[in-house]
Every structure is written in C-alpha cells, then in structure tokens.
Ligand binder design. Structure first.
Ligand code: PXP
Length: 241
C-alpha cells in the first residue's frame, strides 16, 4: 500500500486571498501528520502565489515525517532549497501563468541543467525526485541523471473523461511503474488524484507514495482537515492492495 504525501499549498492559497496570517501551513502540516500523512509537500512557486520562503523554514522546524519541496530548477529557488534543506526536493517544470503544474519535467531536453541541480542539492544531502510523465524515455533519462526516485505525473489519467482513455492512461502509469522499478528507481505518483480516482492508482504494485493536494484541501473545507486526510489515507491503505 502506498504512503500518503499531503500537499498543503492551498492552505497558503487561502491565506493569500486576504494576505493575512491565517490559515497557517505549519498548523495544517501538524494536523495532516497526526491524521496519517507520511510526508508534507509544498511547492515554492517562482511567483510565490501561495507558499512563501518563511513557510519553508517554519515547516522544516516542525515537520516530523518528511518535508518534500516541489521546485523548479531556477537559480534563486535552488539557492533557497539549499538553505532550507528539506528532506526531499521534487523537481517540476514551472510556467508562470499555469494554474497548476502542467505536464512532467522534460528531463531529456534539460538534461544538463537537471543534472547540475541534482548534484547541487545532493551536496546538501537533499534526496532528489523528478516529476515526469509516465514515458519510458523520460524514465531512462532520469536514471541517467542519477536520481534514486521519480514521481509519475497522473494528470492525464485523472483528467480523462472517456472511460477507455482513462483505462489507457492508467495502463501507461502501470507500465511506467514496472519499467522504472525494474531499472532500480523508487516510484511515487501524483497530480489530479481525488477520492474517486485514487483507488485504481493506489492498487498499482510498486508505487511507494502518492502525493495529493487539491482534493484533500477541498474536502477539508467541508469535513475538516483531519477527517479529509483520514479518509484519503483509508482509501489508499486498503489492506487488499
Ligand atoms: N505532485 C506534484 C509534483 C505536483 O506538482 C502537484 C501539484 O502541486 C501534486 C503532486 C499534487 O497535485 P494535486 O494538487 O492535483 O493533488
């Protein structure tokens, strides 16, 4: 059964609506951890639309599980990561105008840059994961970079409305997981997963961790954060997996 990483970016999104002090991501992180989260995930975006630098320092102090920082390979972001020293950094592509991360990191086209950032973060003892599409060539390229870990982008599967297409994208994730495991990579997955589509992905053998944000925070508005995390944890931790 996979572990659950909870992305709390949108706690900060809510705070930034009024540019105030509440709700606090650190407070949310503790609630997530005490209700089943195996790691806390945040994305320091270049435009700082939700998580800010100071959130990272606070989170690094209080998080007891694992702090996974999603980040682009931009120079100033890499410098901040080296100062904060999260347990893990997940390299993602980033476009300023996107609503959320669109597509995986193109490791093939950005090989040199990605390797340079991987090495720099590695010198600070930060475990590096690459967020990539479930594509054999990207996975091979990630392996060549030297990372131990990847996160497969599940967005295409999550967004597909047509049943056959959804099945096809699910199969794509399954095959990519199998391929990556066979060449010795640790495989995580995430993006667009929710209470209705997560089970099929959670059942894929070999996926170690699912990183889920938006759907949990949306549900938290209705049922509370503790309950929302518990429900997701129960869904992905079903014994039959
Ligand atoms: N994994 C990565 C690498 C992401 O960039 C995101 C979005 O920040 C997620 C997982 C979580 O996606 P969602 O908010 O759609 O659950």
């Amino acid at each position: 059964m996979p572990k659950l990483g909870v992305n709390i970016d949108h706690i900060a999104t809510l705070r930034e609506v009024r540019k105030g002090k509440e709700p606090q991501p650190v407070f949310a992180a503790l609630i997530c951890e005490t209700n089943g989260a195996d790691s806390i995930v945040v994305h320091l975006r270049e435009d700082r639309r939700h998580i800010k630098e100071e959130d990272l320092y606070l989170l690094k102090k209080v998080v007891r599980t694992k702090l996974n920082l999603e980040m682009s390979v931009a120079k100033d972001i890499v410098e901040i990561a080296c100062k904060v020293k999260p347990h893990q950094a997940t390299l993602v592509p980033e476009k300023r105008k996107e609503l959320t991360t669109e597509g995986g990191l193109d490791v093939i086209s950005n090989f040199k840059k990605v390797r340079e950032v991987f090495e720099k973060l590695g010198r600070e003892k930060i475990e590096v994961s690459l967020f990539i599409d479930p594509d054999k060539k990207q996975i091979e390229s990630a392996k060549k970079i030297g990372v131990r870990m990847i996160e497969l982008h599940t967005g295409r599967y999550a967004d597909a409305e047509d049943k056959d297409l959804k099945e096809r994208y699910l199969l794509e994730i399954k095959k990519a997981t199998e391929f990556a495991k066979n060449i010795g990579l640790i495989v995580n997955a995430g993006h667009g997963l929710n209470y209705y589509n997560v089970s099929a992905v959670a059942q894929i053998k070999g996926i170690e961790e699912l990183n889920i944000g938006y759907s949990i925070i949306c549900r938290a508005v209705i049922v509370g954060l503790a309950e929302a995390v518990k429900e997701m944890k129960a869904l992905i931790s079903d014994d039959k997996y």
